[in-house]
Design a binder for this molecule. Structure first.
Ligand code: BGC
Length: 735
């Protein structure tokens, strides 16, 4: 191979941007061209002149359930299978780099792209995304986790600056990315459109180099989101290796090198990373597509994603009984199974719920569309559906959001079902025939105002091309639902912790709720919600029989839970492990998810579930010290079925991480007293203060406790600045 330095600066500056919208440059003997393609839930393989809006057509590919549904499975093994199947599709179609998974945090239920993300919780997001990355890369195709970082809204996404505290950044918005990098070592990463605390993510040396590479050990290539680069030279300098699609601004980089703004070696490093990516993904054996296998995986995800929210016993229907079933709702015939935008896939086929129900039912299933998805008046359609409902024994109403209501590129302004569907539902319920509601939506919906009247509710998310079959199987009890919420469903959008500051204005969005995102906020404040994080019903029941927490020799704990299926059907439970600090400064969420596992049990069967709690799981981000910190003290280890259904609790004691940070020049008297280097000094000072003062005015003592010691040098206590400097220096601090 030719050495990189043999290239001119102009050539190098050209190589660090794509050749076309979907490929990189080829340089004989140095770099093979690489093909890139969306996306997270199916391959959107276009020709070189394609677009990144999901407008132009692409080769048919299996449309898996988007991440909103994959998340609801809480099943990393399935996510890995999706990754493998996607990787296989990619490799068979000559794609070396797959643009996914997307793992931004669902900060607000209004987020237009929530369908493309896993959860409001970083542990769920990180675990599922890591599994998917492993699966994709097992096929020698690069995964590209995106959008790094803090891209949690669509409003003004190419300009807005997310103003976020360092602690929220670390604990919430970077945590899933960190987990993916550490556990699955992705070969690529996509930087986000937005700014973070004033700096474009694509120009942030801190994000792209210091945190991603230096701290977490990422050794892959960073590419921009499509059109995210503002200043090409600043991006390259920050650690962005590939600008996509090419903007033709290579000259700006050449000038920057000429003027000494950036060093030429930065380009060499970027090109070296391109070569590493090529080495990892090219020269592989040809592979055949396996469309049948991929469709099977897509179906399995849909089966495990469907989430049962209500059931008065109407479900499951008996497929052998002669029941007069009426299916209402255009979505049963024209399913909404994926979201809009760059991730849109041309499916290999689409199975509708109506066809699938008719396949399974013993008798003819009637159908009434009930409403139109094209915006036309639905009055006649609704009248017809209601008339038919009077004669039915059960109504299955397929309601939801159309493509117009949610998509990449814009956020929602409310979380209601469309008015015509709500009016229809009210009339259906009034007929007295039991109504089972099946929902299709990417972002959560308000259900509190209408759920009372319905017999059952299945949250069907967006279930991919095979979803109709999965829904029919759930309705007829061939599949026992095991989906769980990865996002809280609030009573009202106003209850959402981020509501007051989402989506910001004038180019800035303040993340005012800090680390109290999603259930961390609702649960800590005790806000009533419609359905809590982790919630989902089953046709069977599970009993948590016992919990045992034992220390590990390496510092963490092993958590052993005895679980039993106490119902009369086989089913799966998602065992969730939460941790909460008994007392803490700073304020922390009342509980945070630290582990989970999905367990399948036959009726009456019991098992032991093992989960691991690492020492780091007790940590919070100490902003001052700029590090993770574990305080000594008591921690609640809670195990349960959702965040508000904790079945078993144990308490563990941690010694803390034992790290003592140096004193600073502005450390308070209380901080000195608690510090090995300051305690003796404080004790001596105390000796000099007459005891009666402390007795007479305890508030004075309290006041002085919170005063920086350096300020006390002017208070006539005989304390000098030099004395303070000496103690700070002795503690290892900057004096
Ligand atoms: C999206 C990315 C996508 C890219 C290429 C962008 O608009 O934000 O997620 O991978 O387009 O289609």
């Amino acid at each position: 191979m030719t050495d990189i330095p043999a290239l001119s600066i102009e050539q190098k500056a050209t190589l660090v941007a794509g050749a076309t919208t979907w490929s990189t440059h080829e340089v004989e003997g140095i770099l093979p061209a690489l093909n890139l393609s969306d996306g997270p839930h199916g391959l959107r393989r276009q020709g070189p002149d394609g677009d990144n809006l999901g407008v132009g057509t692409s080769l048919p590919a299996v449309c898996f359930p988007p991440s909103v549904a994959l998340g609801a499975t809480w099943n990393p093994a399935l996510a890995e299978q999706v990754g493998q199947a996607l990787g296989r599709e990619a490799r068979a179609l000559d794609v070396q780099v797959l643009l996914g998974p997307g793992l931004n945090i669902k900060r607000s239920p209004l987020g237009g792209r929530n369908f493309e993300y896993f959860s409001e919780d970083p542990r769920v997001s990180g675990t599922l995304a890591a599994a998917m990355v492993r699966g994709i890369q097992s096929m020698q195709v690069a995964a590209t986790p995106k959008h790094f970082a803090v891209n949690n809204q669509e409003t003004d996404r190419m300009r807005v600056s997310a103003t976020v505290s360092e602690r929220a950044l670390r604990e919430i918005y970077l945590a899933a990315f960190e987990q993916v990098v550490r556990e699955a070592a992705p070969w690529a990463m996509m930087s986000a459109y937005n700014r973070v605390n004033g700096t474009f993510a694509s120009e942030s040396h801190r994000l792209l180099t210091e945190i991603l590479r230096d701290e977490w050990g990422f050794d892959g290539l960073v590419m921009s989101d499509w059109g995210a680069v503002d200043d090409t030279a600043a991006s390259v300098a920050a650690g962005l290796d590939l600008e996509m699609p090419p903007s033709g601004r290579a000259q700006r980089i050449v000038d920057a090198v000429d003027h000494g703004e950036i060093d030429e070696s930065v380009l060499d490093v970027a090109i070296e990373r391109l070569r590493r990516l090529a080495a990892r993904t090219t020269g592989t054996e040809p592979i055949e597509r396996d469309v049948d296998g991929a469709q099977e995986v897509a179906l399995q995800v849909a089966r495990e994603a469907a989430t049962l929210l209500e059931n008065d016993g109407t479900l499951p229907l008996d497929p052998n009984a002669h029941t007069r079933v009426l299916v209402v709702g255009e979505f049963a015939r024209t399913p909404r199974f994926q979201g809009g935008g760059s991730s849109r896939v041309v499916p290999t086929r689409v199975i509708t719920a109506l066809d699938a129900l008719r396949d399974l039912a013993a008798d003819e299933v009637s159908f009434a569309p009930g409403f139109s998805l094209t915006g036309e008046s639905s009055a006649d359609l609704a009248d017809d559906a209601v008339a038919q409902a009077h004669d039915a024994e059960v109504v299955i109403a397929f309601l939801g959001l159309s493509d117009r209501a949610e998509s990449e590129g814009f956020d929602r302004s409310d979380i209601s079902l469309p008015a015509d569907q709500l009016a229809l539902l009210r009339r259906l319920v009034q007929t007295g025939t039991p109504v089972v509601v099946v929902l299709s939506n990417g972002g959560v919906l308000e259900v509190s105002s209408w759920r009372e009247g319905v017999a059952a509710m299945v949250e069907g998310w967006l279930l991919g091309q095979e979803g109709g079959r999965a829904l029919a199987e759930v309705i007829y009890g061939i599949v026992n639902p095991s989906g769980r919420l990865t996002e809280t469903i609030p009573h009202r959008i106003q209850d959402s912790p981020s509501h007051d500051t989402f989506p910001g204005a004038d180019g800035e969005v303040l993340y005012g709720e800090d680390v109290f995102v999603g259930y961390r906020g609702y649960d800590t404040r005790g806000t009533e919600v419609a359905y809590p994080f982790g919630y989902g019903l089953s046709y069977t029941s599970f009993t948590y029989e016992s919990i045992e927490v034992v220390p590990h020799s390496d510092g963490g704990w092993g958590v052993r839970i005895a679980l039993r299926n106490t119902g009369d059907r086989a089913g799966s439970e998602v065992v969730q492990l939460y941790v909460g600090a008994e007392s803490s400064a700073p304020a922390r969420p009342v509980r945070e998810l630290r582990g989970f596992t999905k367990v399948h049990l036959e009726p009456g069967e019991g098992t032991h579930v093992h989960l691991v709690l690492a020492e780091r799981d007790l940590a919070y981000w100490n902003t001052r010290a700029r590090r993770w910190q574990v305080d000594p003290g008591l921690y609640r280890v809670e195990v349960g079925s959702h965040s508000r259904d904790i079945r078993l609790t144990e308490t563990v004691h941690s010694e803390g991480d034992g790290i003592v940070d140096p004193l600073r020049m502005d450390s308070t008297l209380a901080e000195w007293a608690a510090h090995p280097a300051g305690a003796e000094f404080v004790a001596r000072m105390r000796e000099g203060i007459p005891a009666e003062i402390a007795e007479r005015a305890p508030e004075l003592v309290a006041m002085v406790q919170s005063t920086p010691v350096i300020k006390l040098t002017t208070w006539g206590l005989g304390l000098t600045e030099q004395m303070v400097r000496d103690v700070v220096a002795a503690s290892g601090g900057d004096a």
